[in-house]
Ligand binder design. Structure first.
Ligand SMILES: Nc1ncnc2c1ncn2[C@@H]1O[C@H](COP(=O)(O)OP(=O)(O)OP(=O)(O)O)[C@@H](O)[C@H]1O
Ligand code: SF4
Ligand SMILES: [Mg+2]
Length: 444
């Protein structure tokens, strides 16, 4: 029904007096995701990983920086696009015609307007998403009137009918939003999304602002409506119990990328990505004999402005390997101590360290005097000693210690991101721990 193809959204960060773009937040980066008619796909991941942005892109509430959203594309055409190369190389290929035919991102404003009624959002906070000055009857009728879908009279009738579908009564039509409880307001928000008879709902944390007792009622209402009307859902939530209750498939996001996706039962029984394992370890298990160990991830979520190279999770992963994407950034601050004779007695035979510079995959150490072979060997020994320590894995990714133009150069393995590969039926993971995933420097 909906398919993201290389979908990317970078937000500009403005700064300085002239408000120039100084950086980009890579909120969603090159995401592929297909959602089939009638299913519920859940999107999970820590705060700020890009879930809402991806949902908004799928509904074309915001424009992508790159990539396409394909709407109503038959399975076989989607497969043809998927197997015919990457989006960048497709511009003139046979797949590009197909992309153009189904792409929502390339639709003009008018055609998009007629499509919009089929794709509706429901947001987390029913307290802010309903206009406090409007009567419920107008809130429900407005989308139909504005989009020219129904006459005013028809719109009121459809609104009244939809209000009953979500468990409210006709007399509620003549009240204002503040006269309702949180659960009732979310019912109204759902009714408003449903009046235009959509096919797809993006549910962004639909119950997290509600009391626990009300959450289950709203979720069951959503399930009922889905069954009755054959709707397709994208469900964004932090609550993994909700995912288990509602979703057919789950996609796990980390820093703008999908790192794992699988059918719900499979994901819960057999999580593969270390990040997914950590997320799932936080769910309480009622049976103490089956209690699993909670995995606490070290450190903060890195900034999406400059996400870690290679596997974006490598700075926090408990299973990290040498080729997971270590780069000069990961040792630059240690390097200013380790290779400086004034700070580290083991570096005493080196001259004064003037500067540490990151240049692509290389870390350059600039000493007060041009480096000699003896200096190079000393640095190499320091690297090796560090690499042999239990936490020295980032130093094991240094391939070579060389001299270039009087400076010492630490050359890293070129960081590459693991691709999202299918490891078993419908179970995709992006991690070097699993077969199928191409490892940098290793022949296929
Ligand atoms: N309009 C915007 N301008 C700039 N940055 C934005 C904008 N919208 C989102 N971002 C940034 O993009 C990243 C992803 O945000 P998003 O809201 O999609 O995350 P999320 O996964 O939905 O988080 P949460 O679980 O907290 O709702 C964040 O770093 C956020 O700060
Ligand atoms: S590729 Fe896998 S093992 Fe390596 S850092 Fe990423 S999640 Fe961890
Ligand atoms: Mg969000």
């Amino acid at each position: 029904m909906l398919a993201a193809r290389g979908l990317t959204k970078h937000f500009a960060v403005k700064g300085g007096l002239l408000q120039r773009t100084v950086a980009k937040v890579r909120a969603v980066d090159d995401v592929d995701l297909a959602i089939h008619r009638g299913e519920t796909v859940a999107l999970v991941g820590e705060s700020g990983c890009g879930k809402t942005t991806l949902g908004r892109l799928l509904l074309r509430l915001i424009e992508p920086t790159q990539g396409d959203v394909l709407f109503n594309i038959p399975e076989e055409d989607y497969e043809r696009i998927r197997t015919r190369g990457e989006p960048d190389s497709m511009e003139d290929g046979p797949a590009s015609d197909l992309v153009r035919r189904y792409s929502m991102s390339r639709l003009r404003r008018r055609s998009m307007k007629s499509l919009r009624r089929f794709l509706q959002p429901v947001f987390q906070d029913p307290f802010t998403s309903l206009d406090p000055r409007m009567l419920i009857k107008d809130i429900l009728a407005e989308p139909l009137i504005v989009n020219g879908i129904a006459t005013r009279q028809e719109a009121y009738e459809l609104g009244a009918k939809q209000l009953q579908e979500v468990g409210l009564r006709p007399e509620h039509l003549y009240r204002f939003p503040h006269e309702f409880s949180g659960g009732q307001r979310q019912r109204i928000a759902i009714a408003r999304a449903l009046v235009s008879e959509p096919e797809f709902l993006m549910l962004d944390e639909p119950t997290s602002a509600l009391d626990v007792s009300v959450q289950a009622q709203i979720l069951n209402l959503l399930l009922d409506i889905q069954q009755k009307q054959g709707l397709t859902y994208l469900l964004i939530t932090h609550n993994l119990s909700v995912v288990r209750h509602m979703a057919d498939r789950v996609a796990v996001m980390y820093l703008g990328r999908i790192v794992e996706r699988a059918p719900t039962a499979e994901l819960f029984a057999n999580p593969l990505h270390p990040y997914t394992k950590a997320l799932l370890s936080a769910i309480p298990v009622p049976d103490p004999s089956r209690r699993r160990e909670r995995i606490i991830l070290p450190g903060e979520v890195p900034s999406p402005i400059n996400p870690p190279s290679g596997c974006r999770f490598h700075t926090r992963c408990g299973f990290v390997l040498v080729h997971c994407g270590w780069s000069p950034r990961d040792i630059a601050s240690i390097a200013t101590h380790l290779f400086d004779p004034s700070r580290n007695p083991d570096a005493a035979d080196l001259t004064k360290l003037d500067e540490v510079v990151i240049q692509g995959d290389r870390l350059l150490l600039e000493y007060h005097t041009p480096a000699t072979e003896e200096h190079r060997q000393r640095v190499e020994r320091l690297v090796k000693a560090r690499a042999d320590l239990p936490d020295g894995i980032r130093f094991r990714a240094i391939q070579q210690v060389a001299i270039d133009d009087g400076r010492i150069v630490l050359e890293f393995l070129h960081p590459m991101e693991p691709s999202l590969d299918e490891v078993s039926n419908g179970h995709f993971v992006s991690c070097y721990l699993y077969p199928n995933t191409a490892i940098p420097g290793r022949p296929q």
